[in-house]
Ligand binder design. Structure first.
Ligand SMILES: Nc1ncnc2c1ncn2[C@@H]1O[C@H](COP(=O)(O)OP(=O)(O)OP(=O)(O)O)[C@@H](O)[C@H]1O
Ligand SMILES: [Mg+2]
Length: 231
């Protein structure tokens, strides 16, 4: 279980998170929703050790706060940043290999599982990643993190800017991870996707969680959506 309690974080003097609390269990997808600038990305970065934070963060009982990102990754935590980050001169397959845990080899069938989820990457496995489309680079970024076989996946707006068909593929991928028992914390802007794939939705506002409930609960609460989500 990921347990986040009283998480405070920000950039320099301006705090962004004012005591965020949330939980994600193995085999659960929790969406983190909120308007632009509400602090969704900052929350993921704080869990991953990428911004200074205080409070408490534990994963399977292990405290994460204060550790370096590579140490957090070693605890089975994978992070997919908002920005696509591929190595443009390396091929798709070489990019994927870089996601494997240091000192390990890809597990049997691992490439094929990625290519099964995203066949367009299979067709381009020997192609330099720099020539892929934006959407393909986004998938490659996600798949590279998955090559590390994370048990907790922090994923920041994986469907942003994707065509509907690719959005559906990403959704299928997240559901497959969930089925395998991975805990997924999904920072999302699009309410529809969050409602579709997650078991629980957390809405951020003023640096805190203002709603933590089921997709059905969020769907039913028009006033809450108006106050914290709609523009
Ligand atoms: N590197 C940074 N330096 C200073 N301020 C930042 C930095 N990154 C984000 N912020 C500020 O922190 C606040 C929260 O940003 P964050 O990126 O967490 O929001 P978000 O909910 O992910 O929104 P979106 O993804 O739509 O931009 C915003 O006011 C943003 O301007
Ligand atoms: Mg963001």
């Amino acid at each position: 279980m990921l347990v986040v309690e009283d998480l405070h974080a920000g950039y320099g003097p301006a705090p962004v998170l004012h005591g965020v609390a949330l939980r994600v269990a193995p085999g659960e997808i929790v969406s983190l929703l909120g308007r632009n600038g509400s602090g969704r990305s900052t929350a993921l970065k704080a869990v991953m050790g990428l911004v200074a934070a205080r409070g408490a963060v534990t994963w399977q009982g292990v405290p994460l706060l204060g550790r370096a990102p590579h140490e957090i990754a070693r605890q089975g935590v994978g992070y997919v940043p908002e920005a696509r980050e591929v190595f443009p001169r390396l091929t798709v397959e070489q990019n994927l290999l870089l996601g494997v845990k240091p000192g390990r080899r890809p597990s049997p069938g691992q490439f094929e599982r990625m290519y099964g989820l995203f066949p367009q990457l299979a067709a381009r496995r020997r192609t330099p990643a720099g020539v892929l489309s934006g959407g393909e680079q986004q998938m490659l970024t996600l798949c590279r993190t998955l090559m590390g076989e994370p048990q907790l996946l922090l994923v920041d707006e994986p469907t942003e800017g994707l065509a509907p068909r690719l959005v559906a593929q990403v959704a299928r991928c997240l559901l497959e991870l969930q089925r395998q028992g991975v805990a997924v914390l999904l920072a999302e802007q699009k309410l529809a996707i969050a409602l579709d794939v997650s078991q629980r939705c957390c809405v951020m506002g003023r640096g805190r969680i203002v709603f933590d409930g089921t997709p059905a609960g969020l769907r039913a609460d028009a006033a809450l959506r108006r106050e914290w989500l709609e523009v």
